[in-house]
Structures are given as structure tokens and as C-alpha cells.
Design a protein around this ligand. Sequence first.
Ligand code: ADP
Ligand code: MG
Length: 617
Amino acid sequence: MNSIIHLLPDHVANQIAAGEVVQRPASVVKELLENAVDADATSITLIVKEGGKTSIQVIDNGSGMGDTDARLSFERHATSKIKFAEDLFQLHTKGFRGEALASIAAVAHVELKTKTEGEELGSHLVIEGSKTVKQDPCVTPVGTSIAVKNLFFNIPARRNFLKSSSVEQKHIIDEFQRVALVHPSIAFKFIHNDSELFNLPATNLRKRIVGVMGAKTNEKLVPVKEETDLIQLTGFVGKPEFAKKSRGEQFFFVNDRFIKHPYLHHAVTSAFEGLLKEKSYPSYFLYLKVDPKSIDINIHPTKTEVKFDNEHAIYSILRSSVKHSLGQFNVSPVLDFNKDSSMETDYMQHKKGAKIPSIEVDRNFNPFKAEVSSHTSAKSPSKNHFKSKSTANWESLYTDASIEENELMDIEVESESVSPSLFGGQSSSYQSSGTFQLQRKYIITSTKSEMLIIDQHRAHFRVLYEELLKNITAQPALSQQLLFPLKLQLDSNEIRVFENLKESLVNAGFSISEIGEDFVKINGIPNRLPESETSILLDQLLSDFENDIPDSGFDQTDRLAKSLAKSMAIKNGSLLQKEEQIELVNLLFSCKEPMLTPTNRLVFVKQSAADFDKKFM
Ligand code: ADP
Ligand code: MG
């Protein structure tokens, strides 16, 4: 029997592909601008007529193409940007599919002039609906100029579908801005119907944003900066009082690509909670850099969605960094931790349905100091006033957890040599508490469907930090009087730092009776500070601040809380009793931001039962 399947001719295949890549003139603009950026241009000019319906031209001074490349560039899947499948996981270019030029040329009249450095003559190509109608040498500067005319000339239905020039023009401006905002070091010009809309010289990020969004923007911007293992975040948010009535000025870029991400958008807007008038939208220009391996690179050419491996953590980092910036620049009552729970976000609940219990904690209880009856179990809360309040809710996470706990028992065997005390008579307590310590470093526990591996030092760092901030914002700060005032010998530099920090220290609960030439006398310390460690902690604090004392009160307090919390937090290597483990877990999950340390490191990681199912396949 004759076969009925045949391969489509290239020009038909290209036209079909074009349907995906080229939806409207703005898609052409995006592809051409990105190609110019990929070609390392330092100056790019965009010239558009009639919202791109008549013509779109992009001129760059980038690498240009040799004769053969110029022709090949219009072939489908012709790209210079990747060679191997692995390259997909370390993309540093905008393009990689090798589809754009082929698609554009399938549905428009395209004229290319290009020349590489060192060549006498460049190449001139004219292609109409995938057919090369002209190719000859030409005189042209180094770089590339591509003009795309009469888009969809051969697909009347698509052409009719285009909107008015002004609507198409608006889409083009959007695409132009998205590229210009990520490449401040490239000069851009944009001319529409012979009038210059943008003329952006190479500059820094802030000036570029101002250049793109308008001179008034400058006073509105508050910088955001954060660097963690997971992401590098830079950029700006708009001060809340300038929030707009429309969503126009909201930009996320991931690895220099514009993306839309409702969940991360929520992280940013939630940081503004309580600061905005109703129906107003904060501006933001946020630039995330992540390991290319940790995002799904298979980004559809016209789509702006991205999938992150570690969405929840990124959510928290974003939110806390934006909140921090707003606080630092005195635009947010960030330190008001006693505020109602509207500051909280249910990011842990996103998609998972897992709940962060709202736990009331007795702040005066110190799990690492107090004597706890060694047989207290989480199910007999009456023995311990702290537990009576906190475990009830947290336990709801354990309901139906018996299977996971049994699995944990199996794993526990591995840690036998490290923490033998976890076994034997304690097992009933373990059963009900569902925690154990691994290598004196991690506390392992489970929720309904996930195993949590918690870094004990980081968890305690988070807990103490939030407690200290609370203490600091309590009026007056909770302080304990020392029976014998503490005299610290300091050098003149340390005295200077101490004097600068005096107010914050007092706010934190230190009471300072005397500052001498080379000593300070302290007769009261913050409530939870162990007296025996005060001098070590203060030493550490002074050296933390030695080189850089923040001016703003907010920042000082925040740094102070971080520094104290970090030095007070239990160290890895400390053996924790069962009760202490449970207390810590409970305290952690009563925090506002349990997922991250105050310095934005991960506090715990999760493994779902489904992950294990895969491993045991
Ligand atoms: P991709 O960008 O995905 O590689 P394109 O179809 O957009 O695919 O471009 C195909 C190839 O043409 C690119 O890989 C690049 O080598 C070359 N090219 C396209 N535009 C330019 C330009 N402005 N300057 C230099 N080379 C270009
Ligand atoms: Mg491209």
C-alpha cells in the first residue's frame, strides 16, 4: 500500500512554526532585539512604522554574520547558541531555538545586511515568504541590520487579526522596555513613525529605569538587594505612596529574561501589605539570578512563564528582602512584629494545602535553659506550660503521620551511633513527638506527607531573631537586672562603636551604667540573654559592627538582633534532648518566616513521601 504520510515542505513547516513564534509585530521586535543583544551589540536602534504593521527594523553594532551564516540564520533550527543538549542547562543567551528568523522570514518580507569585523564587504539578503530572492555582497558597517516588512502578507487571516497601530505599538513598547530594562550597559534608541520615543545611553540600572519609565521615577525607587545560596536579587521597588492605579510598572527578570510569575508577584505585593491604598499597585523592577539548572529552561518563545525548583524559598526571600528595603528606607512599620497577622502570608500553603499552625508561644520560656521533665511527651501537655499552648496546633500536622514515623524509625537506625540516647526507653516519647536528631546537627520530623530536615542552628537563629525583635519593639524592652554589674574592657575603637550603638542596645534591653575611656559597665541585659555569655556576645557584636555601622535606626536594630541571635543560637554539634527538639520545632513554626534564617539561608528542606516512592521504585 502506498504510504500516505509525507514530510511537509520547509516553507510550510516554517509557516506553521511562525504561528507559534510570531503572533504580532511585538513578537518580531522581541526576537530581533534579543538577537542583537546576543550578538554583543553595545548600541541597538529600533525603527518601527505603523505599529510594526508596515515595517520593523533593528540595527545593531554586534558581531555581525559572515556570508554563509547570514544564509543559514534563516534555516529552521539553525543557531550558533547551543550545540549539545547539556547546553540547554546553562543558557546565557536569549535565543537558543534557532527558530525566530526562519519563522519571521516565512511570514514577511525580510531584508538583512550584515558584516563581521575584518571583512571588506558584508552580505545582503532578501527573503520573502521563506524564498531567498536576492543575495549579494554589499557595503555596510560591522553589525547587523534586519528589516521586516509587510508582516503576514501571505496569511491574510492573521493580518486582519492585527489590532490598530496604536495597540500594536503599545505591545512593541512593552517588549522594548523589557529588553532595555535588563541591559543598561547597551545603548538603545527607538524611533516610531519618524519620532524618537526613547534614546537611552549606556548607564547604570537605576538611571536606565528612570530613562525608560520617566524622570519622575527617580525619587520613587527604593533599592532591594539580597544574595543567598539560591538567588541573587537586585533591583528596586517603588515607594508605596507612589503606587499606581494600574499594574503597568511591575517587572520581574530571571537571568535577564522578563517573566511573569503570579506567585512571586504575590511575594512582592504581600511585602507591601498595609502600606498601600486600596486598588493601587506597587511598582517593582526586580532582577533575580538563579542557577540556570534550577529553572525550567524550556521556555516557550512567546511565553513568559518560568518554573523554579525552589519556589517557596524564593518567595520568602523576595518577600523578606522587599520588606526589609521598605523598612530600611523608613517606608514601612516592619519592626512592628506585634501587628496583626495580616503581615503574614500563607506561602507554605501555596498548592500544598499544608498549614502553618498559628501558635501562641510563651515567650518567657527558654527551651534551652529550663528544666524539663525528661519524660514529658508532647501528648501530655499539662506538664509543661509552654507545650500546653503550642503543640496542639503543631500536632495537627502529625495527624495520620504514623506511616511516615515508622519510616523515620527505619532511617533512625542509621543515626544510632551518633545519637544512641534516642533509643531505648525514649521510644514512646519519640513516637508521639516525631522528631529525632541526626549528627547533632539536623532535626528530622515529618508533616502529613513530607519529611522535614531542619538545621538546628539555623532554626534557633530564626527563633531568637524574631524574639529579640519583639523584645526590642516591646516598650520598654524586657530586661533583666544583673546582680553584679558587668565591666567590659574595650579599646578606643570599640568604645566608639559602642557609643554609636548605645541607643539600639538600650532599646534591645541592655542597661548601661557607665561608658569610660576604655571600659563600659552594664547592669542589665536583654531578657533572654544568658548572663554568662554576655561579654562574649558583646565582643562578637562589636566586631560585627566594627567596619560598618548602619545609620538608620531600623538597620541598626535589625543587625543587632541578627548578630545577637546568631551568637546565641545553639551550635551544630550540640546534642538536643527530645523535648528540646520538639520545643525548637514548635518555636520555629510559630515564627513569621520559618523557612529562612534572618540572613536568608534555608532553615529546612523537605522530602515528600512521593520523593521516597520514586527512590524505592
Ligand atoms: P536563535 O537566536 O534562537 O539562535 P534565531 O533564528 O533568532 O535563533 O537566529 C539564528 C542565528 O542567527 C543566531 O543563532 C545567530 O547566530 C544569528 N543571528 C541572528 N541575529 C543576529 C544578529 N543581530 N547579529 C549576529 N548574528 C545574528
Ligand atoms: Mg533569536
